[in-house]
Write a protein that binds this ligand. Structure first.
Ligand SMILES: [Cu+2]
Length: 194
């Protein structure tokens, strides 16, 4: 891509202990183990909609400081909140086609819920790196422009069994070109909401 010999792609396949692909896992790369300097922008919308009494997407990746939209597409009202340290917010009851915006300042995971509907569960992974991707239904996450050199690569999933729901991959440096890694993570059963 673009003739940049220093950039390559990183593809990580995420599987559970049962061998099945795990979707909604977030893979991050920190060059030199450090946060990215300067503004971070991802190509997908910073948006969690409420539709059919569910959050969509289930997991959203945004950069620290992002303004996230919470449009309600349902006929019923929702009351969305996060109690997660550094990213606490509460959007009091709002109805169909109303949109609310929340700024999430702190790198970490924000668990979101709805005061009205206990079954609504979602997560926003707030990151401090420009290199992040979410695994698809095949368990595959691709970072197209991963940097070469020493790196720390992590995989996060809301139900990953481990400190901060995170696991560090053994890979410690990336070359140019395409790098493929596979990781197996142990998932716990989703915690009952409330
Ligand atoms: Cu709700």
């Amino acid at each position: 891509m673009g003739g940049d010999a220093l950039a390559g792609s990183l593809t990580v396949t995420v599987r559970g202990a049962n061998g099945k692909p795990v979707s909604d896992a977030v893979v991050t790369v920190h060059p030199g183990g450090q946060p990215s300097r300067g503004p971070i922008k991802f190509p997908w919308p910073y948006r969690v909609q409420q539709q059919n009494i569910q959050f969509s997407p289930f997991v959203l990746i945004v950069p620290a400081g992002a303004e996230v939209a919470f449009p309600n597409l349902d006929k019923v009202r929702h009351h969305v909140y996060s109690f997660s340290p550094g990213n606490k917010f509460e959007l009091k009851l709002y109805g169909r086609e109303e949109n609310r915006i929340v700024k999430l300042p702190t790198a970490g995971a924000a668990a979101i819920g709805c005061n009205i509907h206990d079954q609504m569960v979602g997560f926003i992974k707030v990151v401090d790196t420009a290199y992040a991707a979410k695994s698809d239904a095949s368990g595959v996450a691709t970072i197209a422009d991963a940097p070469s050199g020493p790196v720390v690569v992590r995989v996060w999933h809301p139900y990953l069994r481990g400190p901060k729901n995170e696991k560090v991959l053994p890979v410690t440096s990336l070359g140019g070109g395409a790098t493929r890694e596979a990781v197996t993570i142990e998932l716990r059963a989703p915690a009952a909401h409330h």
